[in-house]
Design a protein around this ligand. Structure first.
Ligand code: GLU
Length: 431
């Protein structure tokens, strides 16, 4: 399976304080923190703290040994004031209701900060996809699609790949949904293969947007990308595509990692030579005779640290040790709320996930447009539109960052919340 934008897995606890930080808890605290800098209607903020609905379904499948197993699936709808719900589907044993709600909230901000006409959603199934055969995975996906078919659709809610799902899973969803609707509806999901309405460049998009934002952030702080050193945690789709693009642009990528550890070459390594997780799972440490740990990678003295593996990796336990000047969040939610404050106090600039990895949903939007218009874009068209959208979002966030003297995360939230609160004000509350 090809994970898309990897992000946090389970609810976790900081060892020092015993502080709980589920994704929804972190998302709500970030919202409150940003709102303190804005003059917004508190009623709208209150509304945004809650999902509009969380759909929970059971998904029975027949295992290859003939037994029946029942899985649990979710689709959390957070907000749709600016357009259909949008966000990934995750197949992972750590999927919970709270995680889907928190990740769905982040999708709302992500779409708003990019000014895409979508709201936010997230879903998933509590399952380890590696433990299923291809037939079982297909059956699980088709049955899950059937169970949520009333709440998804090209104009309602458009799922996409996330951890543990890929273009094949999206193809099965499109097929199952289309068969039930008795017409071919490619716009029901994004992240499909191009031959059935997918977009060129969608797979690489989250990593490429991480690279674009890294380049912009380095330039902002007076460092050209050719002079920058970068460490990338996670070598799945996001990490590998970011590392390779940054290497193409002349950055020195000194370390990349997978779950087993990190390859570290202080003078730089070639990320094109190391197979990504999708190309050859867990190959990174085979590239280095003397690998370092993931924990060590996070604290390397580099210009830019890109956590692109899972969530909650920068916590109050290691935030004091982070030596990078800039952290560019490739994963969703890699920095806990407590760690964020420590990094801010220490002057480490954190460029948030809702901007940095937003290339994924941005090219999903391009894919949806291509599906509606029944006209494919070339890879060059996709890449230049992505570059333009990322630069526009970066400029808007940078303006708030400078004008209000806030963190980059607050600045991104302010851009998103300004659009969302204005939309909520115009549309009002029904009835
Ligand atoms: N799962 C991706 C994310 O977290 C993409 C979502 C989408 O394309 O709808 O941004």
């Amino acid at each position: 399976m090809v994970p898309d934008t990897p992000s946090e897995t389970t609810d976790s606890t900081d060892s020092h304080t015993g502080e709980e930080h589920t994704a929804v808890d972190t998302a709500r605290r970030q919202l409150e923190h940003a709102v303190a800098h804005l003059d917004v209607n508190p009623n709208i903020v209150e509304r945004l703290k809650h999902p509009t609905a969380v759909h929970e379904v059971t998904v029975p499948i027949r295992r290859d040994d003939g037994s029946l197993e029942v899985f649990t699936g979710y689709r959390a709808h957070h907000d749709s004031i600016r357009g259909p719900y949008k966000g990934g589907l995750r197949y992972h044993p750590g999927v919970t209701r709270e995680e889907c709600v928190g990740l769905g909230m982040w999708m709302t901000w992500k779409c708003a900060v990019m000014d895409l006409p979508f709201g936010g959603a997230k879903g998933g199934i509590v399952v380890d996809p590696k433990g299923l055969s291809d037939r079982e995975l297909e059956q699980l996906t088709r049955r899950f699609t059937h169970e949520i078919r009333h709440v998804i659709g090209p104009n309602k809610d458009i799922p996409a790949p996330d951890m543990g799902t890929d273009a094949q899973v999206m193809s099965w969803i499109m097929d199952a949904y289309s068969i039930q609707e008795a017409e071919t509806l490619p716009g029901v999901v994004t992240g499909k293969p191009p031959v059935i309405g997918g977009s060129f460049g969608r797979e690489e998009a989250p990593g490429h947007s991480v690279a674009i934002i890294t380049r912009e952030a380095c330039e902002y702080y007076g460092k050209s990308i050719e002079d920058a050193t970068v460490a990338v945690q996670g070598f799945g789709s996001v990490g590998a595509n970011a590392a390779r693009k940054l290497d193409d642009w002349g950055a020195t990528v000194v370390a990349v990692s997978d779950v087993n550890g990190a390859a570290y070459y202080p003078d730089g390594l070639d990320p094109h030579e190391i197979p990504s997780h999708d190309e050859e799972p867990e190959a990174v440490t085979r590239y280095d005779d003397d690998p370092i740990s993931n924990e060590e990678l996070l604290t390397l003295d580099v210009d830019v640290l890109v956590p692109a593996a899972i969530g909650d990796v920068i916590t109050e336990d290691n935030a004091d040790e982070i030596q990078a000047d800039i952290v560019v969040e490739g994963a969703n939610g890699p920095t806990t709320f407590a760690a964020d404050s420590i990094l801010a106090e220490r002057g480490v600039q954190v460029i948030p996930d809702i901007v940095a990895n937003a290339g994924g949903v941005t090219v999903s939007y391009f894919e949806w447009l291509q599906d509606i218009n029944r006209r494919a874009w070339s890879l060059e068209e996709v890449q230049s539109e992505l570059e333009a959208e990322m630069k526009t979002a970066w400029d808007e966030v940078r303006t708030e960052f400078e004008d209000r003297d806030v963190t980059w995360r607050d600045a991104a939230y302010i851009v998103a919340l300004s659009r969302l609160t204005e939309a909520h004000t115009y549309r009002g509350l029904w009835p």
